[in-house]
Ligand binder design. Structure first.
Ligand code: KIV
Length: 253
């Protein structure tokens, strides 16, 4: 029988050098399936804005939407550690960060994640001080896509970018994050952060040397065929299989 995964389990996996698999789950069946597959870390990511709700990016996702999907995913999960993203504008002050983190916990999240480093340090301190486990998110920050001119850009390429990433990574360690997602960080910088800090690094498009890897599950299994990030190698083309099955059924009736 599998054991319940906790933040301590994730830390211990880093220490043992055991790779941490993480995937997004937005509803009951997906969370149940991923948990049954033994994926230890699940995230109700605000990427649900694009792959479930049809928004152009994550900036339109609301707290109410995050709570709704977190409740559904939590009902499907037993053993994995399941957390949720604080959406855009939900953690502008330490007070709102804590209040909204508590709403996600009430919906079933066992940790919360927010984007940013030193600039959100008071919020991270406040969340961790209330006893809510926290995952950071550095590198390309999708909630800042409008400031990036709509482009998902690789981070850590020049000296300034490298120094900023290391400073943010240190700030999150100091604030007590148990893991940090590194999105589109150059692989040497991702390796450096992984070696330097005690939390588990979970990479997405940041090379092979992070402690774990996370993907949007729809990208991995091909259920959102209209866009797939360059760094993803889908393992299944589920949308194509569904199209075939639906068309065969339609012709057969
Ligand atoms: O929103 C999300 O799904 C994420 C992961 C891809 C890291 O933040």
């Amino acid at each position: 029988m599998s054991m319940k995964v906790t933040p301590e389990t994730i830390r211990a996996m880093k220490q043992r050098g055991e790779k941490i698999a993480a995937l997004t789950a937005y509803d009951y069946p997906l969370a149940k399936l991923l948990d049954e597959c033994g994926v230890p870390l699940l995230l109700v990511g605000d990427s649900l804005g694009m792959v479930v709700l049809g928004y152009p990016n994550t900036t339109l996702v609301s707290m109410a939407e995050m709570e709704h999907h977190t409740r559904a995913a939590a009902r499907g999960n037993t053993n994995a550690l399941l957390g949720a993203d604080l959406p855009f504008h939900a953690y502008e002050t330490p007070e709102t960060a804590v209040a909204n983190a508590q709403r996600l916990v009430a919906a079933g999240a066992e940790y919360v994640k927010a984007e940013g480093g030193r600039e959100i340090l008071p919020q991270v301190h406040a969340i961790v001080a209330t006893g809510i486990p926290f995952i950071g998110h550095l590198g390309m920050l999708p909630q800042h896509i409008l400031e990036e001119g709509g482009k998902y850009r690789i981070k850590g390429r020049d000296d300034t970018g490298h120094a900023k990433l290391l400073d943010d990574a240190a700030a999150l360690a100091e604030a007590g994050a148990f893991a940090v997602v590194l999105e589109l960080v150059t692989p040497p910088v991702a390796r450096e952060i992984t070696g330097r800090f005690p939390y588990a690094t979970i990479g997405i498009g940041s090379g092979p040397d992070c402690d774990g890897q996370i993907l949007v599950t729809h990208d991995l299994v091909g259920t959102f065929p209209w866009f797939t990030p360059k760094f993803v190698q889908p393992k299944l083309n589920a949308a194509e299989q569904m199209r075939t099955a639906i068309q065969e059924w339609r012709k057969a009736i």
